[in-house]
Design a protein around this ligand. Structure first.
Ligand code: HEM
Length: 345
């Protein structure tokens, strides 16, 4: 996603082969083949698993001792970071027994997005190799024993006799990890940081989980974890009378669109009712690269937030939020310390 940085050649090579960066007919073909695997139904099946994942993370936090009758939680490390990996593991159909090793490799592969990725190249490549070997084995197992998981759907995905090759399948799994884990973590962190200062919405979410879809949409409009993307003009192109000569790198701001007063009334106000009926926000992108995992990501947030709100009542910031540098690709809180009342639930 976005313009390529000055990456180590071995990392850049990988980036070029992925759906995240492929263009033209190559991208269209990949997208057509894999889209049927990313449906609302596929995402909804995982909701019970998402609920049990978030509940066990809160159990661990709730077991900490009280400080003056209030519990304390550093939401980024204790909730957001660990939340999405088991879900992606379950989505792909990796056995639960493999969760720890899968998480270690996935974390290593995802660290390829970090600004200091070149300094960690040995670990990133070792994790990628281990993950690839594992996925190749998993593919072989799923070919002989198909199951109701994403990997099986991807293996069986076929259009007019065309199928994903084994290399493409492995690359797709990595793309899902790279695109689907850090984004969800950071978006959840953005949501909690925002709602920590809106106690009335937090309370409403606890009492009425049905408002979660509108809260998630408005949170993502107001404060999206991906704030823009980059495009490279591979040929001369004219858009709205503006000429972009071949070789131009164009940075597009999603934030500008999300705060466009022609699309959203009073865009600077966080307003779940008003903006529920406005245009769609741009935080999942737009056009041919529109986020393939949007149903899954929304489900993850819609499940997590009401449970957090119910089990962490009267949540408030313990310290001002420490935000990541504005230059990172996936943005959100670096540290988010909150306190909340104890519950029995
Ligand atoms: C809240 C969490 C998420 C956010 C904010 C997000 C945001 C985005 C954005 C902005 C793009 C388009 C980038 C561009 O145009 O350059 C994108 C693409 C993509 N996302 Fe997500 N995403 C999230 C979660 C996920 C999840 C959970 C998955 C997978 C399970 C996923 C898979 C993808 C893929 C595969 C693409 C590339 C699609 C293509 O190029 O055709 N994303 N995402």
């Amino acid at each position: 996603m976005g313009a390529t940085r000055d990456l180590d050649e071995r990392l850049a090579d990988q980036a070029r082969q992925s759906i995240l960066t492929a263009e033209g007919s190559e991208h269209q073909r990949l997208r057509r083949l894999v889209s049927p695997a990313f449906t609302p139904k596929q995402a909804d099946k995982l909701r019970p698993f998402m609920a049990s994942t978030i509940n066990s993370l809160i159990d661990a936090v709730a077991a900490d001792s009280d400080v003056n009758g209030r519990r304390h939680c550093e939401v980024v490390a204790e909730i957001c970071e660990p939340y999405p990996i088991p879900i992606i593991c379950e989505l792909l159909g990796a056995p639960v027994a493999d969760l720890d090793k899968f998480s270690t490799w996935a974390t290593g592969v995802i660290s390829g997005l970090d600004r200091d990725a070149n300094d960690k190249i040995d670990n990133i490549l070792a994790c990628r190799e281990a993950l690839e070997e594992y996925v190749v084995e998993l593919i072989a197992r799923r070919r002989s024993e198909p199951r109701d998981d994403l990997l099986t759907v991807l293996i069986q995905a076929e259009e007019q006799g065309d199928r994903l090759s084994e290399v493409e399948l492995v690359t797709m799994v990595e793309a899902v990890l790279v695109a689907g884990v850090d984004t969800t973590r950071n978006q959840l962190g953005c949501a909690v940081a925002l709602l920590a200062e809106r106690p009335e919405v937090w309370k409403q979410l606890a009492e009425d989980p049905d408002i979660a879809p509108t809260v998630v949409d408005e949170v993502m409009r107001y404060i999206g974890a991906i704030r823009g993307t980059g495009r490279y003009a591979s040929e001369d192109v004219v858009i709205d009378d503006i000429a972009f000569p071949q070789g131009t790198i164009i940075m597009v701001s999603f934030v500008a669109g999300n705060y466009d007063s022609e699309a959203f009334a009073s865009p600077g106000t966080f307003d779940i009712e008003q903006h529920a009926t406005d245009s769609q926000h741009l935080s999942f992108g737009s056009g041919i690269h529109f986020c393939l995992g949007s149903f899954l990501a929304k489900a993850e947030l819609q499940v997590a937030l009401p449970i957090l709100a119910r089990r962490m009542p009267n949540m408030a910031l313990a310290k001002p939020v420490e935000w990541k540098s504005a230059q990172v690709t996936v943005w959100g809180p670096e540290r988010l310390e909150v306190t909340f009342d104890t519950t029995t639930g």
